[in-house]
Design a protein around this ligand. Sequence first.
Ligand code: UDP
Ligand code: MG
Length: 311
Amino acid sequence: MLDVIIPTYNEEDNVEPLYKELSSTLKNIKYTLIFIDDGSNDKTLSKLIKLYNKDKNHIKIISFSRNFGKDAAIYAGMKESNGKYISIIDSDLQQHPKHILDMIEFLDKNEEYDEVAMVNSYEKDSFMQKIFKKKFYKLMSKVTKYNFEVGASDFRTIRSYVAKTLVELKETNRFTKGLFAWTGFNIKYMKYTPDKRLHGKSKFNFTKQINYAIDGILNFSTSPMKLSLYVGSTISTLSFIYLIYIIIKTLISGKDVPGFASIMSVMLLLGGVILVLLGLIGEYVARIYIETKRRPIYVSKAKFGFDEDIL
Ligand code: UDP
Ligand code: MG
């Protein structure tokens, strides 16, 4: 009835406590835990296999050949799940399993909703992080025209057809939050406060978060491309006016040789603008290049609990 997708990357100290918490929380319903080992290089996989050997009725494992990223792990989990409900949860106990029961209860009672997404109340974030994240989601909704709820996390419970739809979206460069928004399903947002990570450190440092934000915008909107159109036409109009001014001035008061400063500043400014816009176009071209190769989203080295154990 319920499949729980759990992306895990170097979480050797967290998988056992998480397993305990999940199994005691879900003991009254029929469930399967699908752990995706995202190319961990610590003892995560061996700990997962130990749990699997103890509780084969409730555990499945997909082990990636290398680190493909959390979004690829979520994709793999959705592809392999067949429950009526599918939940996605982090493996560091920041997201308490008890909320899964709340989400299921809501979906049971409200047929018109297709999924429930937990929304971070942001209490644990710093002041700057709060502002940055809020602005980012507002900007995303504006440039993409899809609804990006401020603070909505990947901690969700979706109905089976939502997962099927997401699996059909085969893009390699996956921004799962955007894919959820793109589908346009009816989402209920529920507030929660994330706990502290049980062990280890977050895998998403500041640079990764910035890259994640850029990915989000470039993957779901071509509006930045319009920038060159706007900037280019504004500069052309201003240059044209300036040209007329120079011609008239020369006709009236003769040749005017000095002008090094103005030529240099216009040249430097234009050079900068052209380089930035070229870089932007390059980003899109790179994405087209990657997507046209149609490489698989992940490579699994071993599977446990599925029909065939080792690939
Ligand atoms: N994760 C993953 N692959 C990665 C990075 C992270 O599967 O390349 C998993 C990680 O093990 C955790 C979840 O994604 O279960 C969220 O990661 P993390 O807690 O580091 O992110 P944060 O909570 O800081 O956003
Ligand atoms: Mg975390």
